[in-house]
Design a protein around this ligand. Structure first.
Ligand code: ADP
Length: 194
């Protein structure tokens, strides 16, 4: 990302062979190989980060989403599909669909972890070396932010430790201050337990 909002408290942790960074900002401005979109099952675009990505990325992204929708009916919760980055600085957008929070007994955590795992696997299959994640499900879908943060960091850490990934850099992009502070705490904990 060209302008870091939080330069003074920039957080960076190395997990096995991958640098994991935390920033507060707008994911559409990230200069990485791929960004992840918190999409919905229709792949037709929506509000929040999905709307911002489609607005900034232009119609090429929606056209590829429509093709995928015609071929496979959209994208299931916990799964991921890939399109061009269109006018964005990234080569690809990986669209994953987070769970709607429904009290916690509807496999929300496993579904959310699956979003991160599916996105990482897809990124590796496309030889992506740098990847940015938003805080999936923590906006309109109402997933409690602290739980979502712990699930995201646990799953990404497990993947980096166990998968033999060739991803060199992962950025967690927090749009709001609350998520930024939660991620800062959790990443520091993770670093001290490595
Ligand atoms: P969901 O439906 O998965 O909850 P949202 O887009 O509503 O998706 O929210 C997911 C997260 O993305 C929220 O934490 C929200 O603050 C954040 N967000 C919204 N716009 C952006 C953006 N431009 N860049 C990064 N994160 C964003």
């Amino acid at each position: 990302m060209s302008a870091r909002g939080k330069e003074e408290s920039f957080v960076q942790v190395t997990i096995k062979n991958t640098i994991v960074e935390l920033i507060q900002g707008d994911i559409t401005k990230c200069e990485v190989d791929a960004i992840v979109n918190a999409a919905n099952t229709s792949l037709l675009g929506g509000g929040g980060v999905d709307g911002a990505i489609h607005r900034a990325g232009g119609k090429a992204i929606l056209e590829e989403c429509l093709k995928i929708r015609n071929q496979k009916g959209g994208c299931a919760v916990g799964e991921a599909v890939v399109t061009t980055g269109g006018n964005l600085k990234c080569r690809y957008v990986i669209h994953t669909v987070g769970p709607v929070w429904n009290g916690g007994a509807k496999q929300e955590e496993e579904k959310l972890k699956s979003c991160y795992r599916s996105s990482l696997k897809l990124a590796d299959s496309m030889n992506v070396e740098s990847l940015a994640f938003p805080n999936i499900s923590t906006g309109i879908y109402g997933y409690p932010k602290e739980r979502a943060c712990i699930a995201a960091i646990d799953e990404v850490t497990a993947y980096l430790v166990n998968s033999g990934t060739s991803i060199k850099r992962i950025i967690f992009v927090c749009f709001d201050e609350i998520n930024y502070e939660l991620y800062k705490q959790e990443l520091k904990k993770t670093a001290s337990n490595l």
